[in-house]
Design a protein around this ligand. Structure first.
Ligand code: SAH
Ligand code: SF4
Length: 399
């Protein structure tokens, strides 16, 4: 890359994008459509306009409130109408290929989507709540040098159906759909929170992520409040304001470094949107005005970004932004070019941040025995990966 022209240079030179194939033939999947889209396809299939709103509401409830997958179970629809639906549409969610359960209760699902591609979904149970970590892309076009997903060569955006489908299959596995007709209770849910922190950069798949989250937040369905959804981005600045406007969820940012020189090597998109540009966008995030904190994710890499000076610089940089700093001990993966900072180093770093008045929780590593921890996700069928030398050279590390 030439220093005088950093913007035009591709961030990633080595990614193959894969087209999406619809495996369902002519039948359209109803999952993942917005209410308006659902209404339109029902009308196109012959539903009289006058009934369309009611039918949309009914089908929506069956899909997202009761988790029904079979048109025949939609008992408030007439028999002939159900038969028409069955002939025209499918209700398709990703297929769970494998499920692994960690010693700590974390569940990792490998799910297969159209075209035979696979993504990983992780469920993390905690006291009184549970968080589902979902993926937004197969692989990732960005190549953060410490991230396993970034080494995967194949990339495609997930559809809204495949994104909301991850939530649906997790609810299936947790057996958390209420019995039709009963009240959906507000008690503690097993799946109470969603983080878009799995594979992929969600803001490079904005519309599908937005539509899927709208479905998840809909008051007549899965009903998760926007405050229970956190979208993590590596810092795609132009899409940050849109996230507030069009999704309204909480934001986490993969910050990871306190100088552009270091961030350029760790999070290469920094060459396009540097620290200052990113911080400006975060200051403007409307939720910030309501003191809704932004989470700064910071992966602790031994000898790279973990000095006391880094901690002090970090505090200076984020001044004025309501923030929480989430320190993530680096999770190693086969061939990873970094090692994790020592516990003492992480503690010293956290203490400096804490003393400056910020919450600085150290993220507990969960599900590491099943490679379900942050940054370890990568689909089994797409094992082909860049060589260690390539990863190191992209990270600017001498081999
Ligand atoms: N692409 C988005 C969301 C997915 S990554 C993003 O980058 O924000 C979720 C978090 O895990 C990010 O903060 C990412 O930087 C971090 N991560 C990636 N690889 C990791 C690793 N090996 N160890 C610890 N955290 C990692
Ligand atoms: Fe992509 Fe996020 Fe991994 Fe970077 S950290 S390669 S943006 S998934």
């Amino acid at each position: 890359m030439t220093p005088q022209d950093p913007i035009k240079a591709p961030i990633t030179q080595d990614v193959m994008t894969i087209p999406r194939k619809d495996a369902e033939g002519d039948k359209k999947n109803l999952v993942g459509l917005t209410r308006d889209q659902l209404r339109e396809v029902l009308i196109a299939a012959g539903t009289p306009e006058k009934q369309a709103k009611m039918r949309t509401g009914q089908i929506w409830q069956w899909l997202y409130q009761w988790g029904v997958r079979d048109f025949d179970a939609m008992t408030n629809l007439g028999k002939a109408y159900r038969a028409m639906l069955d002939e025209t549409f499918v209700i398709a969610v990703p297929e769970v290929v494998t499920k692994q359960v960690s010693q700590d209760g974390t569940r990792k699902y490998l799910v297969r989507i159209n075209g035979g591609h696979e993504v990983e979904v992780v469920y993390i149970p905690e006291e009184g709540r549970g968080t589902l970590c979902i993926s937004s892309q197969v692989g990732c076009t960005l190549t953060c040098s410490f991230c396993h997903t970034g080494t995967q060569k194949l990339v495609r955006n997930l559809t809204a159906a495949e994104i909301v489908g991850q939530v649906m299959v997790a609810r299936d596995d947790l057996d958390e759909w209420p019995v039709p007709g009963t009240r959906t209770d507000d008690g503690a849910r097993l799946l109470s929170n969603i983080v878009l922190m799995g594979m992929g950069e969600p803001l490079y798949n904005f519309e599908n992520v937005r539509d899927a989250m709208k479905i998840v937040m809909d008051p007549e369905g899965i009903q998760l409040s926007r405050r229970r959804i956190t979208l993590s981005t590596s810092g795609i600045v132009p899409e940050i304001a849109r996230t507030a406007d069009e999704i309204g969820c909480l934001l986490a940012v993969s910050f990871h470094a306190t100088t552009d020189a270091v961030r350029d090597t760790l999070v290469p998109i920094n060459k396009k949107y540097n620290i200052e540009t990113l911080l400006d966008a975060l200051r403007a995030y409307p939720r910030v005005a309501n003191s809704e904190r932004i989470t700064f994710e910071y992966v602790m890499l031994h000898g790279v970004n973990d000095s006391n000076e880094d901690a002090h610089r970090l505090v200076e940089l984020i001044k004025g932004i309501p923030a929480k700093i989430n320190l993530i001990p680096f999770n190693e993966w086969p061939g990873s070019p970094y090692t994790r900072s020592s516990n003492n180093r992480i503690r010293a770093f956290a203490d400096i941040i804490h003393a400056a008045g910020y919450a600085s929780p150290v993220r507990k590593t969960r599900g590491e025995d099943i490679m379900a921890a942050c940054g370890q996700l990568k689909s089994a069928t797409e094992r082909e990966r860049k060589s260690r030398r390539q990863i190191e050279s992209e990270a600017g590390i001498k081999g």
